[in-house]
Write a protein that binds this ligand. Structure first.
Ligand SMILES: Nc1ncnc2c1ncn2[C@@H]1O[C@H](COP(=O)(O)OP(=O)(O)OP(=O)(O)O)[C@@H](O)[C@H]1O
Length: 398
């Protein structure tokens, strides 16, 4: 057992306090319609397909994956810009996944979103003062004459000149516009911020400044963050916990050190190999970049079994037949792979087969019964699998 398996005191493994956000088995299937006059539903884009995670107050989870894997949709479901097909979004213990517009209005104060494109998300015809101040008026939070001082205070918090409240978005640089977007998101003092690629559109030199600003804000106001990014470099310094998504599913989730130094999923390993400043030890001492072959398959007709198998160098028969469960393999680390293992140490036999009651080919094993698997919901269990010994370790034994 490595030191990183030990439970940090401030992050309980089990839910002994209600998480700010608890996402359970979340699904979003967009209908695909036929062309012609009578537009029938001919299939579904499985954009998000059974996603589980939690965000605690003041903490941040990084959600990472290639374009089209369902990150933005997940963010839009959490903020309820979209209504999920199935599953629940528990915010402070209450399921908000299906509530209507009236109940959503007060919730808009608590959950805010920062978008990738700071220009597209700001109305060019409104002054910065109006953009930042309007939510205060809509939600009737402050008397009219207190709105301007509050707008100026927010501009100062995000590092802009408070006297520039009557300027228009086009008068600011890209980085400054993103600061305006952040000020607008802070206006209502949210408890949760969903930041969807907040720095991807910015110059590299500006990205660090905006990330530092978000980090300062998070600490100062104790805001929970769901930070969406397409690569592992951006979330590295911001998020103590990282989830890696592939084709609508989380394939690996865990504490930052577990993901960067002990990644067990071949997809995470491939993403990590593309991060320039990850130490060689973190990717098993290998220098070369792991090239992913082939394209991301269509989410309308995803591969059977493991969705990553069509691009995975370790895939075997079982991977096409049986979907690997997101199995807990450390105090705060889960992975969904039949051949889970650190780079260079992937097992020859599927580690999941005995747990799932199947043989090495993925066919039902005579007389075997599938095990009840700990930690397959949104929280971490106090017991997990310590491969390759397949021994369940309890937190109090560590
Ligand atoms: N409104 C919609 N109707 C139909 N399909 C959609 C809709 N929104 C998203 N999709 C599809 O769902 C899948 C996931 O999209 P999503 O934008 O969530 O991925 P992403 O990982 O955020 O990608 P990107 O980084 O490019 O935004 C994609 O195949 C996308 O085409």
């Amino acid at each position: 057992m490595t030191a990183t398996d030990a439970l940090p005191a401030e992050t309980p493994a089990t839910g002994d306090s209600t998480p700010l956000l608890d996402v359970r088995d979340l699904k979003m299937y967009f209908p695909v319609k036929s062309s012609g006059v009578i537009r029938r539903t001919v299939g579904h884009v499985q954009a998000v397909d059974g996603v589980n995670f939690q965000v605690r107050a003041g903490e941040s989870l990084g959600l990472v994956g290639e374009s089209g894997c369902g990150k933005s949709t997940t963010g839009r479901l959490v903020t309820r810009l979209e209504k999920p097909t199935d599953g629940s979004v528990m915010f402070e213990g209450r399921d908000i996944s299906q509530i209507g517009a009236r109940e959503l209005k007060p919730l808009r104060r608590e959950i805010q979103m920062i978008f990738q494109d700071p220009y597209g998300s700001l109305n060019p015809r409104h002054t910065v003062g109006t953009i930042i101040g309007t939510p205060l008026a809509i939600h009737d939070i402050l008397p009219r004459k207190q709105i301007l001082p509050r707008v100026q205070e927010l501009l100062e918090i995000v590092g802009l000149n408070p006297e520039h409240y009557n300027r228009y978005p086009h008068e600011f640089s890209g980085g400054q516009r993103q600061r305006i977007g952040i000020a607008r998101a802070l206006t209502l003092q949210p408890k949760l911020l969903v930041a969807d690629e907040p720095v991807s559109a910015l110059d590299v030199s500006i990205q660090a400044q905006v990330i530092n600003l978000l980090q300062d804000i998070q600490r100062e106001f104790n805001i929970g963050f769901l930070f969406i990014a397409h690569d592992l470099a951006v979330v590295r310094h911001f998020c103590p916990e990282i989830a890696v998504m592939y084709l609508g599913k989380i394939v690996e989730i865990g504490e930052r050190d577990r993901i960067y130094e002990h990644a067990n999923h071949p997809y995470t390993q491939a993403l990590l190999s593309a991060v320039p400043d990850v130490g060689q030890a973190a990717i098993g001492g290998r220098r070369e970049r792991i090239q992913l072959t082939g394209d991301v398959p269509s989410p309308i007709n995803p591969p059977s079994g493991c969705r990553f198998r069509t691009r995975c160098q370790f895939a075997q028969e079982i991977c096409a037949k049986v979907e690997p469960p997101l199995l807990q393999i450390g105090a705060r680390h889960k992975v969904a792979c039949h051949f889970a293992g650190e780079l260079g140490h992937h097992p020859a036999e599927p580690v999941t087969a005995p747990l799932l009651g199947v043989d090495r080919h993925g066919d039902p094993a005579p007389g075997a019964t599938p095990e009840e698997l700990p930690g397959t919901d949104s929280s971490y269990s106090d017991s997990w699998y310590d491969f390759p010994g397949r021994r369940i370790v309890r937190a109090d034994e560590v």
